[in-house]
Design a protein. Structure first.
Length: 361
């Protein structure tokens, strides 16, 4: 089976979670009975494994091409493949073969106030095109699948395929400590990872850590991730270290030395950083109300979005109860072991086979 996969996110300055998904999917599909072909409007990035062919669509590039795809449905993608997979809502125009689209979440529809106007417009149009043209839609969680049903997608067109993480590799403890120190970080700290933007609600964690410091004055909050859109206020405290995007080796070390990992997002379609933290045995705290509950599945503590006192309570439990820390660490590793990229790729192969068996325009 030949699968043409749009990998345009890998040409962005910060590929983000979708980029990690594309890299891992191309790598794992190439190990199966699949011939993935990556395509985008730009030169081949180094992150794509060598054995995967790359097709440069040429100009127009970036957002101009995506606007043309969405508004004009051209230029059409013409690649010799059995199906085309759009791993985001940049939905290419295709004809005569199945189109599979991955919908990670519908946060711009549910929380337009924490998304740019342009982002809402792009996402809404992409969702409409997926509803109209995709003969199968992949989602990373049952939560997102249910959200799509509420948006008018037929249930039998939705395939739930949880995303994964790579298993942590063994590292020398001293080397881990040096990597953390090079990042300018010193334990103890609460860690949060993700794009610094309003939807992540980092100020709730800031206020929670501020309260926790009354009894734990050395505790800090470390924020890892690139700056996104919009203003995020309340981060300018001496105990808050905003260190931007970090190389994977540094981020891995920061996970391993964190006392607690916390993700306070108002809405998530999956939540890769939560799985990355759990895979390393880090006691994890996350919010209710979206896919994070489904991902955590009892292997971490939960609190309602925006509830500072709830965040304080759950982080304090993880810091103070040694037995709970050990229990949650083990539970997190067990849960994350079932969420790996090989299983994700296997799920995509099943989805592709379903797609080929369904009618398409």
């Amino acid at each position: 089976m030949k699968v043409a996969l749009h990998a345009g996110q890998l040409l962005q300055p910060v590929p983000g979670g979708i980029g990690r998904y594309e890299i891992a999917l191309l790598r794992e599909l190439a190990e199966l009975d699949i011939e993935p072909i990556a395509f985008a409007a730009g030169a081949r990035p180094r992150s794509v494994v060598h054995r995967v062919p790359w097709i440069d669509l040429g100009p127009p590039h970036g957002s101009v091409r995506y606007e043309m795809w969405h508004r004009l449905r051209r230029p059409r993608v013409r690649i010799e493949a059995d199906l085309v997979h759009a791993p985001s809502l940049a939905v290419p125009p295709v004809r005569g073969r199945p189109l599979v689209v991955t919908v990670h979440d519908i946060a711009p529809e549910r929380l337009p106030e924490v998304t740019t106007t342009r982002g809402v417009r792009f996402h809404t149009r992409g969702l409409a095109l997926a509803r109209r043209h995709a003969n199968l839609v992949i989602v990373p969680s049952k939560f997102t699948g249910a959200e799509l049903e509420r948006e008018g997608f037929e249930r039998d067109r939705i395939e739930v395929v949880p995303f994964g993480v790579d298993a942590p590799v063994a590292r020398d403890p001293d080397e881990i400590d040096r990597a953390v120190a090079r990042a300018g970080v010193q334990p103890p700290y609460v860690l949060t990872v993700g794009t610094v933007e309003p939807r992540k609600d980092i100020p709730t964690i800031v206020r929670a850590v501020g309260k926790l410091r009354h009894d734990r004055p050395e505790l800090k909050l470390v924020v890892v991730g690139p700056r996104g859109w919009g203003e995020v206020t309340g981060l300018d405290h001496p105990f808050v270290q905003v260190i931007g995007a970090q190389p994977w080796a540094t981020l891995d070390a920061l996970y391993r030395r964190a006392d607690v990992f916390c993700l306070a997002s108002l809405y998530e379609g999956f939540g890769l950083p939560v799985v990355e933290a759990m895979a390393r045995g880090v006691p994890t705290v996350a919010t209710t109300g979206s896919a994070l509950e489904e991902v955590v599945q009892g292997a971490g503590a939960l609190f309602p979005p925006g509830d500072v006192d709830g965040c304080v309570e759950q982080i304090a439990r993880m810091l103070d109860d040694k037995e709970l820390r050990v229990e949650m660490g083990r539970a997190g590793m067990a849960r994350a072991a079932g969420l790996n990229w090989k299983r994700t790729a296997d799920g995509h192969v099943r989805a592709y086979s379903r797609s080929l068996a369904r009618p398409y325009s």
